[in-house]
Design a protein around this ligand. Structure first.
Ligand code: ACO
Length: 324
């Protein structure tokens, strides 16, 4: 018997304010046509001034608990993937723990920028598999808008705010890809690209939060290469062929990157979950937001194989194979 982490439910939250490409064209020298053609983005949600990452995360957590039909007090682990914590410390996860009325278990944040959710999922899955947790709440939540230089058209058009959450529960399987739950996770990083996608500040350097700086084409090139490699690795580990994947749920950074991965897998667009048009890049929140969207509209069905992949600053990248 093998210990597995099964997804019991998922949830999401998007701030009410929607900012369209035309709205942005009033602030910087850009156009709806340029943004759509280069990225696939039409609009993004932006958090209100008094709305923090933990507010978004908590709303997604309640939605996921509701969807799973469980009480918060049955959780023993909370992991929040975020680049935009409410405070430099403590972790946003402990704020969620308290807001859910819990004093037991443990809670911490994971920082891997846009790969954050895949990293957090891998961490929670490993805690569950070694028997140190039974029920985990895994959240990806960002107010990435707070890191943007709203005068820099090369970055401010790309990102949005939001949160997604899933509940994992320990279960047993037989140890092959017929099991339900997380079948494998695959994490990678290469810190030589630290400066290709970063903020130009931080608590330990400038004492400020900093703004996003990105070498767009460099990120694009590496994303296509690394995502293709990690997806191959994930399939090979589980002895799966691309046609056995029911759904690709990728990090939503750029429609062209998503199309590149799907093409490599020979997957038609109907089997790829995309939310980038309406959410833009919500960093660690994008995969759980996409999962919640596809689960709620009935696309994800029990027993189906779902492939997640992500790439972010660091560079970090990763994938996970899940039987829903
Ligand atoms: N509106 C209009 N023109 C623009 C804009 C804009 N918003 N932004 C850039 N341009 C201009 C540039 O100034 C440049 O003009 P020039 O030729 O006169 O110098 C021209 O458009 C082309 O710029 P490129 O950077 O070459 O455009 P590209 O086709 O590479 O698209 C993009 C840029 C969309 C950023 C692309 O490189 C990309 O998607 N890269 C990956 C980004 C990504 O995935 N980031 C998230 C990673 S996840 C994380 O960890 C945060």
């Amino acid at each position: 018997m093998t210990r597995r982490s099964v997804i019991l439910g998922c949830g999401s939250y998007l701030p009410a304010t929607i900012v369209t490409n035309d709205d942005l064209a009033k602030r910087v020298d850009t156009s709806d046509e340029w943004i759509r053609r280069r990225t696939g983005i039409r609009s993004r949600h932006i958090a209100a001034h008094d709305e923090t990452t933990s507010d978004l995360a908590l709303a997604a957590a309640h939605d996921a608990l509701n969807n799973a039909g469980i009480n918060a007090d049955t959780l023993d682990m909370i992991v929040v993937a975020t680049t935009t914590p409410d405070n430099t410390f403590p972790a946003t996860a402990v704020k969620i723990q308290a807001a859910l009325g819990l004093s037991h278990g443990f809670a911490f944040d994971v920082q891997a920028v846009c790969s954050g959710f895949v990293y957090a999922l891998a961490v929670a899955d490993n805690f569950i598999r070694v028997g140190q947790a039974k029920r985990a709440l895994v959240i990806g939540a960002e107010t990435f808008s707070r890191l943007l230089d709203w005068n820099d058209r090369t970055t401010c058009v790309l990102f949005g705010d939001g949160a997604g959450a899933i509940i994992l529960e320990a279960s047993t399987g037989i140890g092959d890809s017929s099991d339900r739950g997380i079948l494998s996770t695959h994490l990678h990083s290469d810190g030589h690209h630290y400066n290709s996608l970063c903020t130009n500040g931080g608590p330990g350097s400038t004492g400020t939060v900093g703004h996003v700086r990105m070498e767009g084409q460099e990120v694009f090139r590496h994303a296509v290469k690394h995502l293709s490699e990690v997806v191959d690795e994930a399939l090979a580990t589980n002895n799966l062929t691309p046609d056995q994947i029911n759904w690709l749920v990728p990090h939503q950074a750029n429609q062209r990157i998503i199309d590149g991965t799907a093409k490599k897998l020979n997957m038609p667009p109907e089997r790829v979950v995309t939310t980038i048009a309406d959410h833009a890049n919500t960093s660690a929140a994008s995969i759980p937001l996409a999962l919640a969207t596809a689960a709620k509209d009935g696309r994800l069905k029990q027993g189906q194989i779902v492939l997640l992949d992500a790439m972010g600053g660091g560079f970090t990248w990763g994938a996970a194979v899940v039987r829903w």
